[in-house]
Design a protein around this ligand. Structure first.
Ligand code: Z5A
Length: 212
């Protein structure tokens, strides 16, 4: 490796757990401390595939369930060359949702198993750290009503939470559960500590492939 690589850091969690708030704070803190860092989010709604996904989430179009699952995965794969380039250049990537959301949301639908849902994402860049922002449904409710998008319903979100719990049993992924019911600042402190450790460790490790 010509230079020390950046770390791939993912934030996952249920609706309103604070993922976007914390990704932005982590990005700012890393940049302030002089560490090269950029943020990405999935779905990335700016691409052609992302626009199809966005219309589906906004209930402006209907897509068959397998089809939309594969589109979410394709939306990650289309970013892989850029992700690898940035990581190799030493830039840490802070990512708002990744393949774990893909699997948790689709496998919460009737007729889908975890293994089928994981298969299109096998081989994606393996995150160095996945922080799961844990928040109970009652605490999430205090943060406002659900929006208008397709998956924003409490029964479905509970099923998604169960699927995340199943995914977190997999020791091949470096999971860290974060108590997201703390104040924004306290959550940030926890996230910063774990992220700095991951950045230090990643520097001397090759990037692995997810679920391989
Ligand atoms: N999806 C999928 O099906 N398959 C896939 O492969 C992928 C995704 C990648 C994308 O939504 C949808 O696509 C998502 C999963 C599915 N569906 N759902 N539901 P999105 O990415 O566009 O939006 P989101 O991820 O659903 O956002 P969110 O979960 O609603 O929010 P968040 O990012 O976790 O939280 P936030 O926006 O940072 O904060 C929410 C509110 O809480 C806000 O008012 C904050 O000011 C407040 N907040 C944040 N932190 C705190 C603390 N600590 N205390 C008090 N209040 C707080």
């Amino acid at each position: 490796m010509a230079c020390k690589r950046g770390a791939l850091i993912v934030l996952e969690g249920v609706d309103r757990a604070g993922k976007t708030t914390q990704c932005k704070k982590l990005l700012e803190a890393l940049q302030r401390s002089g560490r090269p860092a950029e943020m990405m989010r999935f779905p990335d709604r700016t691409t052609t595939i992302g626009k199809l996904i966005s219309a589906y989430l906004e209930n402006k179009s209907d897509l068959e369930d397998h089809t939309v699952h594969l589109l979410f995965s394709a939306n990650r794969w289309e970013m892989v060359p850029l992700m690898k380039k940035k990581l190799e250049q030493g830039t840490t990537l802070v990512v708002d949702r990744y393949a774990f959301s893909g699997v948790a949301f689709t496998s919460a639908k009737p007729g889908f198993c975890l293994d089928w849902c994981k298969s299109p994402d096998v081989g994606l860049p393996q995150p160095d750290l996945v922080m799961f922002l844990q928040l109970s449904p009652s605490e999430a409710a205090l943060r406002g009503q659900f929006g208008e998008e397709r998956y924003e319903k409490s029964d479905f979100q509970r099923a998604v939470q169960n699927k995340f719990q199943q995914l977190m049993k997999d020791r091949s992924v470096h999971w860290q559960v974060i108590n997201a019911s703390q104040s924004v600042e306290d959550v940030h402190k926890d996230i910063m500590t774990h992220s700095l450790n991951a950045i230090n460790l990643a520097q001397n490790q090759a990037l692995a492939e997810l679920w391989k």
